[in-house]
Design a protein around this ligand. Sequence first.
Ligand code: FAD
Ligand code: NAP
Length: 873
Amino acid sequence: MAPDSEFANASFGKPDFDVVVVGSGFAGLYLLHKLRELGFSAKALEAAGDVGGTWYWNRYPGARCDIMSIDYSYSFDPDLETEWQWSEKYATQPEILRYLQHVAAKHDLRRDIAFETRVESATWDKDSSRWLIRTNRGAEITCRYYVMAAGCLSKPKEPEIEGCDCFRGEVYYTSRWPHRGVDFTAKRVAVIGTGSSGIQSIPLIAAQAKQLTVFQRTPNFSIPAHNGPIPTHRLADYERDRASYRERGRWSRFGVPVELSQIGAMQVSEDERRARYEAVWEAGELVGIGLAFNDIILNPKSNETLCEFIRGKIRTIVTNPETAEALCPTDHYVATKRACLDTNYYETYNLGHVRLVDLRKTPLARITETGIDTTIETFEFDAIVYATGFDAMTGPIVAVNITGRNGVTLRDRWAAGPLTYLGLMTTGFPNFFAVTGPGSPSVLSNMTVSIEQHVDWICNCLKDLRDENLEVIEPTATAEAGWVQHVNDCANITLFPTANSWYMGANVPGKPRVFLPYIGGTDAYRTACNEVVARGYLGFVRSGSGQRRVNDGVIRRLQPDVQMLLEAMSALNLPPLEEMSPEAARAFSSELSAVRPPGPEVGEIVDGVLPGAGGDLDYRLYRPATAGPHRVVVYFHGGGWVLGSHDSDDPFCRDLCVRSNAVFVSVNYRHAPEHCFPAAADDAFAAVRWIGDHLETLGGVPGPLVVCGWSAGGNLAAVVCQMARAAGGPNICGQVLVAPVTDCDFSRPSYTENGVDYVLTKPLMNWFWDHYADPANRTDPKASPLRANDLSGLPRALVVTAEFDPLRDEGAAYAEAMASAGVEVKHLPCRGQIHTSLTAVDMILSGAGARAEISAAIRQFFHQVEDLVMRDN
Ligand code: FAD
Ligand code: NAP
């Protein structure tokens, strides 16, 4: 953070404008309007000759929106909704441009815009708390606040092809199309690039040109737009109550008011899956993918079913099988690169004068004076069209030389990827805002909704500063780091990072590979932004007039899927377990278990019975599908010694069995209050002994075992290791304790911090202990293994703790105590997880990393044994 003096001693001069805005597209226009409405003086600087932004520049044939026009439009002016009628489902570029020109005229916005004025640099002057803006026209303008509404897709990418400048024919860029239009009649034309711009323009260029050759490096997934009148059901929904329609859009996942599917693609039959995909194909809407299934961008198997469906369509439409195959994407999951909407794209390749050149097979060598050379062929053209895309999201921002505190440039600060708080601001650059900046939903949403939300947030923020007699705002380093982490956490549970997309910066050579937008949803994002304000601008330092208000903190600390699960549970208003009888609680938790995803397939599952300390115990054995025999892990379920069974932890055991390639034997034990302490511990020990003696009968490798358990089961696994040490066997080579109970003491900070909101609560832990052990027994190491006088000589251990778990600190304390006693221990603290999330296979995807580490530790425990055996031999 900047030293205090930089805020406290600032002297506030009067700048030329309160706010300078860069850009006059959807964002810049609404900003000007809103700022004016709030009484701020503002000036917009625009490189183009008029308003429109994207829709000013991208005038190529076929350019249209790919979000329905009734959604892809402003909502801030209710009159606009009635005075402007969209002529089609997806309006053309000229119509959208006319719309923006209409808005500019209606609200008299042009008078505050300087056109053909490119901002080249912006420098923060800490002494006057002002930004100094320099333009290509030599002007110097000062302002208190500098807002870049410069667009996410406004800086064309260099084509980086050798010989680009040599070509003597006509050269066009889809992103800078001539205003006069282009006539390709009787011309031999090349198009390089098959993203959305290429896919929209190719059919129309083909309709004019004598000959069209498309140079494709990567095929994209495209579905037909079925453009025409706005679908009647949507129009009716919109016209019924426009205000509520818009409000639903604001609070939807992608900024479009449609109900997303609640079901995964692998949860339905193949016929139903196909029927849903046919419906997506017929609907001609990108959000249709989310309407079909809820896991297309999460689950590779689900995604592949849609990929194959689209490939099937391509093969049916395109008559030349070789061309069809070349058009089938195979290197990325659908939607991980922006999917396209087209009109007659694939059909165009059936025309005799259209040819596809697959650059994967015959790479582009160079542009020549007369055409294009690939590695095997020479082509001659009259015109070349580059549809090669943009340096997206960060490109337009760092194209301006922005210098913040202490002479640090934004280009340098973002050298390894953008760092923002909420995608709105960045530390070290006070009073600098970006509309739809990296780290916000932006390009993964209906942009008009995201733009309005950002503009509203920024303007309200400036108003709040003014109302509170403050002038400078800047995010704290902690808040920013927390948000960047959250953005990455969201991306990392999806398939997006697997693609070489412009979302990842992968299309621009040398650009850091970082997922740029926020995939948590426009609804979740809006909630976070609102919460930041409601909590007194959490994560910001605000200062002025001798005041300095620091409100440090992180807005989202839970893993995104954990947060969603908690919200879903809270909406269900489930009764607290501790208010039920043990029987009712058991029945309730069994009901919950029955509706979860089942976990992965294993090679074999065998149910059996083994002798416990007080009678027979049920067990369930999971065998990997690989050739055996396998090493054996004994597993104990969670449930506070009162609830649970091998059923309740079934998906977790399947998952660990597959990942660690070991047999898992999940043993039931006697439950309290019917059988109190030490029944469970004695059963667990008896089970481990019996299994140790019957390894070969169970199809296992003779030798040592690993014990593993979650929660109360983690407690039993720890206790068993201590009992085995005292008894001189059985031979245990590793213990895995997942969120274990290790102590009866509730005074550690994690009980205070996490005792209420995260499923396992302090009252519930009390209920468990009250049923399991009398207060007098609780300090016995067989109940509280942390209380053992000596922890030396225990098996190697992995202790896994969850950040938002009341048991976090006692787990960590046990790991520490064992390490102090000389035991080889690894402690795995799981950021953003709760007590129950690590075992929630296929529900909490962010827990998969921990499960992979647990399995790696199990393999490692066994390898160490095998290494010892080999050394001894
Ligand atoms: P822009 O419209 O990009 O405007 C930014 C303006 O800032 C530009 O006019 C630019 O000249 C100016 N500028 C930038 N840097 C400077 C500088 N240094 N100095 C002065 N001026 C500068 N999104 C959707 O949600 N749905 C769609 O259907 C859709 N279709 C699209 C189609 C195309 C062809 C493209 C390229 C993008 C599309 N997008 C779509 C994304 C689209 O960019 C946004 O929807 C929206 O138009 C962005 O508005 P904006 O005002 O934020 O930025
Ligand atoms: P894009 O999606 O990045 O596509 C660029 C294309 O050019 C890709 O096929 C790329 O291949 C190719 N390319 C780039 N450099 C190349 C090179 N040196 N040699 C050969 N091929 C090269 O860009 P875009 O089509 O302009 O679209 C960008 C975004 O704008 C879209 O994703 C969308 O968000 C928005 N958009 C929307 C619409 C709409 O339908 N409303 C229309 C246009 C744009 P690789 O994939 O191999 O890099």
